[in-house]
Design a protein around this ligand. Sequence first.
Ligand code: LMR
Ligand code: SF4
Length: 514
Amino acid sequence: MEKFQESMYKLIVETSTNLPKDVRRAIAKAKAKENAGTRAAMSLDTITRNITMADDNVSPICQDTGLPTFKIKVPVNVNQIEMKKAIRQAVAEATAQTKLRPNSVDSITGDNSGDNLGEGTPVIKFEQWEEDYVDVRLILKGGGCENKNIQYSLPAELEGLGRAGRDLDGIRKCIMHSVYQAQGQGCSAGFIGVGIGGDRTSGYELAKEMLFRSADDVNPNENLRQLEEYVMENANKLGIGTMGFGGETTLLGCKVGVINRIPASFFVSVAYNCWAYRRLGVKINPATGEISEWLYQEGESVDFAKLQEEATAEIAATEEVRNVTLQAPISEEEIRALKVGDVVTINGMMHTGRDAIHKYLTDHDAPIDLNGQIIYHCGPVMGKDENDQWVVKAAGPTTSIREEPYQGDIMKKFGIRAVIGKGGMGKKTLQALQDHGGVYLNAIGGAAQYYAECMEKVEGVDLMQFGVPEAMWHINVKGFTAVVTMDSHGNSLHQEVESSSLERLAQFKEPVFK
Ligand SMILES: O=C(O)C[C@H](O)C(=O)O
Ligand code: SF4
């Protein structure tokens, strides 16, 4: 097994940087359905551009490494302790090479271990089998979509859908509801794995197991096959669309599994995965540790670069979007002139700030003058160049709603004029944007390479004690584009999509599976 560590390193790099063929096909299909010139089409355009860039740069598709999870099947007599050690070393090496973001954080102290190793991280699960090779699968499932997982305990009363009972139709309602409640916050369009039955732990375990199925396989269980088909057809009528901007495709895949339950419990567990569905697998020769075969390689591969050329031509023909350029410091007047739907191009400085920074800023001074400035909800992957200067390796937005308790107050306290993130924010922030003269800009979640490319220079960093993803990075950008989705006039695209999708959800109230 002397080559095993090297093989695991290759698996990690490939999983983080190269989206599997089945996922690419699902995204290409979604793209073909959107009308050129719409926000959904433009977002998918950014997404596919990003997929190609990650591939070309051998850099992370999305900055969020998630909690690396390895599932391994081994023949008897293979040393699992040695394999575990090799995997941990490969993870640390991939982190040092900026193929993964340092993502392992002490839950009590907040300290980032810096190498993705720590209590419970990475997750490595073994199972024995009677084949003569080792099967290793890896999933890098980001935190934003993980936060959108949901577990139902039946019977339940569901918003828009009424009562969900302990039967196939109740399960159907839970799955439809799970897609609705995720809105765009888990970087839709997404994939869901569903686990029926078990207890709270094994139900979620099964839901996540479903994410290892190929996106275009067919369920051998006839009831579940029909359920998957139903969900795929109807969840896409919810109109949530890419990034929650509205549109034809909300769901890219649905895989359902079932296990027995005990009489008192009836769980339906849903694992939501963003479009940046990074999971791969390899077959390993147990004697040498070398890769003998890559998994998920069946079928046609999609050339996004070619699709890109066609799409760009179409968008140019139909697009009628107002484009505004902003450079900080931004005046209140400039902000009040912006309206939901405007596309903003930013040149100049922006400052990253996510969970730790928002909490910190409520009762501390800011390390720099933030008056008229732009805050970017982002936890980047950072590296150093040959001159020991920081460079941005991957830098897409993080889910903004987590900052809802702080955002409005912080904007007012420091005079911040714009925040960039994804998934939108709530009522409190909307009110603050109106009172203070601020704007919320939605960037495309997961497009980490696309945004890293326009980050020209890292001017400095503060609050490094929070670790790389949580520090405040001061970055000079050129041509950073985002869409106004909440303005200073009380308008929120997120609120609109949420209420229209709730109305649409209600049309699925009547029983379907008897
Ligand atoms: O942690 C991040 O960078 C992003 C996260 O995956 C999110 O979707 O909010
Ligand atoms: S930012 Fe979006 S694409 Fe990236 S891991 Fe989070 S949910 Fe997935």
